[in-house]
Design a protein around this ligand. Structure first.
Ligand code: FAD
Length: 431
C-alpha cells in the first residue's frame, strides 16, 4: 500500500509537518497537488498573478521531488474526483495533509474525509502553517480570545523551543515512492494566462531588526513582503518565528502573532468572513455609491494617500500596511461603502491575500471587528500623509500629477462633511 501526501498551502518539502509525519508512517509516499477547479473556475481574472505564483511553486516542488528520485502528481480537478481516481488506481492506506482553517477548506476537507472513510482510508491532518492553532491558546476557561493583547501574552507564555523546531523531512526522503508523474496541466489548459507580475523574494531576515522604526513609512521598503510566501507555504512559519524570536526586539514577531490571532478568530467565528464581528455593525445603512466605489478602486478620490495606495495595489498586487489602513478607513467611513466591497476588492487584487487577515483588517478599519478602532476615531487621510509620507515620496511615485494641482481631481467628498456623516450613520446603527 501507499500513503498519499496532499500539498495545499505548504508548497515546500523542507520543514513540512504533515509530510514529515507521512514519511515516517512506513509506506511509500505519493505526493500530490490539486489545482482545485472549484476555486480556479470562480476566479474572474484569468491572468491572476497568484495562479502563476502557485504554478511556479509547483514546478519547483516537482523538481525538488525529482531530485530525490520521486515526483509530484498534479491534477486539475475537484478534490473528491481526484481521490476517487487514486483509490481505484492504488491501494491507498492513508492520506496525510496539513490543516487549512478557511471556511471553504473546512467543508472540502470534511467531504474528503467522509469519502475516504467509506473505503477505510485514514485522513490524517497536521498543524503546519501556524505556531499555535484553534484551541491551543485560549482563555483560562477554554474560550477563544477575542482581544489581541491577552492572546499575544498567552501565546508568548506558551512558546517553547519545541514549537519552533523544524521537521527534518530530509532524513526520510528515501521513503518517497519512486515513480514518474504525468506532466503538470498547463496554465492554458486551466484557462489561465501567465502573469508577468514580479513576485517578492523569500528573504525576510534583513527586515526584522529595524522593523519598528521603518514599518510605518510606505516610501521605504521597511517590511518583508513575505505574506505571499506565508500564504502558500513557500517559507516555513517556524523558520520565520525562530528568527523573529531571536531578534533584539519583538515587533516583527508581534505581526506574525496577529496573523495567527486572525486565523484563530476565523476558525472559531467563520461567520465573520462576511458578517460584522460585533453584530450591531450590520445595521449600518451604507450608502454604497457605485461611482464613489469606482473612484476608490481606480485611485481617483482626490485624496493622494488613498489614491497612491489603490494605484500601488492595482499595479503591483501589494499595498503597504499603513496605507491599507488609510484606504480601508476611507472607504468604510468617509464614503460609507460596505467594508465587504473593499474586502472583496482586496481579495481579488492582493498577492498576499489571506482571508483571515483581510477580513480582520477590514473589520478593524470599519470598527466592527475584534480590537477595532472605535467608530468615532476616523483617520484623516491628509494628516496620515503628512505624518507617514512627510516628503511626499510615496505620493510622487504613485500620483505624479499631484505636483500639478490643476491636473489632480478634487476630493470626491469633503473630509469634515464625511466625518460628520459617518458619525451620524454609525451612531444610528449602534444605539
Ligand atoms: P510584514 O510587515 O513584514 O509582516 C510579516 C508578516 O506578518 C506578514 O507578511 C503577515 O503574514 C503578518 N502580518 C503583518 N501584519 C499583519 C496584520 N496586521 N494582520 C495579520 N497578519 C499580519 N495581511 C495579509 O497577509 N493578507 C491580507 O489579505 C491582508 N489584508 C489586510 C487588509 C487590511 C484592510 C489591513 C489593514 C491589513 C491587511 N493585512 C493583510 C495585514 C498587513 O497589512 C499585511 O500582512 C502586510 O502589510 C504585509 O506586508 P509584509 O509581508 O511586508 O509584512
Amino acid at each position: 500500500p501507499i500513503t498519499i501526501f496532499w500539498h495545499r498551502r505548504d508548497l515546500r518539502t523542507e520543514d513540512n509537518a504533515g509530510l514529515y509525519r507521512a514519511l515516517k508512517s512506513g509506506n511509500p509516499i505519493l505526493p500530490i497537488f490539486i489545482f482545485d477547479k472549484e476555486i480556479l473556475d470562480d476566479l474572474e481574472d484569468k491572468d491572476d498573478a497568484r495562479v502563476t505564483f502557485i504554478y511556479e511553486a509547483i514546478e519547483a516542488l516537482k523538481d525538488d521531488y525529482r531530485k530525490h528520485h520521486s515526483d509530484l502528481e498534479v491534477f486539475y480537478s475537484k478534490p473528491e474526483q481526484v481521490f476517487n481516481k487514486l483509490i481505484k488506481e492504488h491501494k491507498v492506506a492513508a492520506v496525510y495533509t496539513n490543516h487549512d482553517y478557511e471556511p471553504y477548506a473546512a467543508v472540502r476537507d470534511k467531504a474528503v474525509k467522509e469519502l475516504l472513510a467509506k473505503h477505510d482510508i485514514e485522513f490524517k491532518t497536521f498543524k503546519d502553517q501556524v505556531i499555535f492553532e484553534r484551541d491551543e491558546v485560549t482563555k483560562d476557561d477554554g474560550k477563544p480570545y477575542t482581544v489581541f493583547t491577552p492572546y499575544k501574552n498567552k501565546w508568548m507564555q506558551k512558546l517553547k523551543p519545541f514549537y519552533l523546531k523544524a521537521y527534518p523531512t530530509g532524513k526520510y526522503f528515501k521513503n518517497l515512492a519512486a515513480f514518474k508523474a504525468s506532466a503538470i496541466p498547463t496554465l492554458k489548459e486551466m484557462g489561465f494566462g501567465k502573469s508577468d507580475a514580479k513576485f517578492p523574494d523569500k528573504g525576510y531576515e534583513k527586515f526584522i531588526d529595524d522593523y519598528a522604526e521603518k514599518r510605518d513609512y510606505p516610501a521605504i521598503k521597511g517590511t518583508s513582503h513575505i505574506g505571499l510566501h506565508l500564504r502558500f507555504g513557500t517559507v516555513s512559519i517556524r523558520a520565520c518565528a525562530t528568527d523573529a524570536n531571536h531578534a533584539r526586539e519583538k515587533t516583527w514577531l508581534n505581526e506574525l502573532i496577529w496573523r495567527e490571532f486572525y486565523m484563530m478568530v476565523l476558525h472559531h467565528f467563520p461567520k465573520t468572513m462576511d458578517h460584522a464581528f460585533k453584530p450591531d455593525y450590520d445595521n449600518i445603512k451604507w450608502i454604497n455609491n457605485e461611482a464613489h466605489f469606482k473612484a476608490w478602486c481606480e485611485g481617483k478620490t482626490g485624496y493622494p494617500m488613498v489614491d497612491a495606495g489603490m494605484r500601488e495595489l492595482n499595479a503591483t498586487g501589494y499595498m503597504h500596511n499603513r496605507v491599507r489602513m488609510v484606504v480601508a478607513s476611507f472607504l468604510s467611513k468617509h464614503l460609507l461603502i460596505d467594508w465587504r466591497w473593499g474586502e472583496r476588492y482586496f481579495a481579488a487584487k492582493l498577492l498576499d491575500y489571506e482571508m483571515a487577515s483581510n477580513v480582520g483588517g477590514w473589520q478593524w478599519a470599519a470598527g466592527s471587528g475584534t480590537d477595532a478602532a472605535p467608530y468615532f476615531r476616523i483617520f484623516n487621510p491628509e494628516a496620515q500623509m503628512k505624518k507617514f509620507d512627510p516628503k511626499l515620496e510615496y505620493i510622487k511615485k504613485w500620483v505624479p500629477e499631484y505636483a500639478d494641482f490643476s491636473k489632480y481631481p478634487q476630493p470626491i467628498v469633503e473630509h469634515a462633511f464625511a466625518r460628520d456623516r459617518c458619525l451620524k450613520a454609525f451612531k444610528a446603527a449602534l444605539t
